[in-house]
Unconditional design. Structure first.
Length: 434
């Protein structure tokens, strides 16, 4: 099992200069390799842009590329070879993503051809994969970085790693602070017993981050909205500074700190919420939200992205697998908000301004989000069924009530069938005993 352990570094001024030098070396190798690939394409040669091909080219050309123009001395030995290799690795990954995207073999948005990295815009960073990097014996608050030395950490990194094997260490600078992320390999843990909190349905929203079926409301910190005024003022001050001046450099650092604060506030809220849910409830049901479609509404796009629905589900998936909780993902087309949690009637329309759900059949008046969370809980706890034609198992009949069974149709092959209702969201991550 692989796990990431991220810690903040506390380097000395000398070490900070060395970190900047290593990040610059990675950027230099990236740009040099990209120029080499473009030169091959312009000459009509078959490009060799795999990671190992780029490393072979760099080892042959580094004595002529990494040379001081004034003294004529080679400067690449001043930094660890891992810094150059990490830059070439980033370039190889970018070229591979571009090639797969062009051939239709990669999901997501279409990737363009890689561009050169700028010192002002690129995030400083490099990585170690080989060598004597990582923890230091009998020194739990420090990490060893080759060519840089012992770097103090802001917390007990040895306790967090807890004896696991470090495979990789990525070092980057974000928000004016250097941080290290260690990829560690742990032994598979025994199958945990699920929590004893029963089942719960979760309705994610913009106004409130999450509403549970038991009535619990988890407030949304609105990380971006609460800091948007200060961020706008800082960016306005930055635009007025002369490029290349010290005042512009300080203004950029202020903007970076504010952006880091927004990200930290959002991450803190999501981590605490998902950890509480995974350690409390045995069965968790959540909707498969169409976030890309929700962002298409420009009036809600900023609020939807600020809530980070995808990150909420991603964290809940692996944390539920760790605690033994079962995560059920409800189909995105299930009308959880329009369905009455008491009688099952489905409304034709329900505007966003209606915050209280009023049922015309049974007279139920309930908070809109709590009603949706109850429906999600019921759908997640219901047994899974298969429709031969992929029809919805909760269609509305003539009386506008939700039917419990799909229409009868001829059976088809198992490969073309789709699952109705809830599926295990973390079924691929569930650990099995041998």
């Amino acid at each position: 099992m692989l796990e990431a352990v991220k810690v903040a570094l506390d380097p000395t001024p000398r070490q900070e200069r060395l970190l900047e030098s290593h990040a610059g070396a990675a950027r230099f190798a990236y740009n040099a390799g990209l120029a080499h690939v473009k030169d091959m394409l312009e000459r009509g040669d078959k490009p060799e842009w795999s990671y190992y091909a780029l490393r072979r080219w760099w080892n042959q050309a580094k004595n002529t590329l990494a040379v001081d123009e004034t003294t004529g001395e080679t400067w690449w030995p001043e930094n660890s070879k891992e810094a150059y290799n990490s830059g070439l690795e980033s370039l190889a990954d970018a070229l591979k993503n571009f090639s797969k995207s062009r051939k239709g073999q990669r999901k997501g948005r279409r990737m363009g051809f890689p561009r050169f990295k700028s010192k002002d815009k690129a995030v400083p960073g490099f990585a170690y994969t080989t060598g004597s990097f990582g923890l230091i014996a009998r020194d739990p608050h420090a990490l060893r970085l080759p060519k840089i030395g012992r770097v103090h950490c802001m917390e007990n990194v040895s306790k967090r790693v807890d004896g696991a094997k470090a495979l990789r260490m990525s070092v980057s600078k974000r928000g004016g602070r250097w941080q290290a992320s260690l990829t560690v390999e742990r032994a598979d843990l025994p199958i945990p017993s699920p929590p004893k909190g029963g089942s719960v349905g979760i309705d994610l929203g913009v106004k409130e981050l999450a509403t549970l079926s038991d009535g619990t409301v988890i407030h949304n910190p609105h990380a971006l909205k609460s800091n948007l005024g200060r961020l706008k003022q800082a960016q306005r001050n930055l635009s007025r500074k002369q490029k290349g001046s010290n005042r512009r450099r300080k203004s950029r650092a202020q903007v970076a700190r504010l952006c880091a604060r927004v990200a930290n506030l959002r991450s803190d809220a999501l981590n605490k919420t998902t950890a509480m849910l995974a350690h409390t409830y045995a069965d968790i049901s959540i909707e498969d939200l169409n976030v890309a479609g929700m962002v298409g509404n420009h009036r809600l796009a900023q609020s939807v992205q600020d809530a980070s629905f995808y990150e909420f589900r991603r964290q809940l998936t692996y944390k539920a697998a760790r605690t033994g909780a079962r995560l059920h993902v409800i189909d995105r087309w299930y009308p959880s908000s329009k369905t009455c949690s008491n009688c099952g009637m489905v409304k034709t329309k329900l505007s966003l301004s209606e915050r209280v759900y009023h049922c015309e059949e049974c007279g139920l008046a309930i908070d809109r989000d709590v009603n949706a969370a109850i429906n999600i809980q019921v759908a997640g706890s219901a047994p899974e069924t298969l429709n031969a034609r992929g029809g919805s198992g909760r269609r509305a009949n003539a009386s506008r009530r939700a039917t419990r069974h799909p229409a009868k149709r001829e059976p088809s092959g198992g490969e073309s069938r789709v699952r109705l209702g809830a599926g295990l969201g973390n079924e691929a991550m569930q650990m099995t005993s041998l």
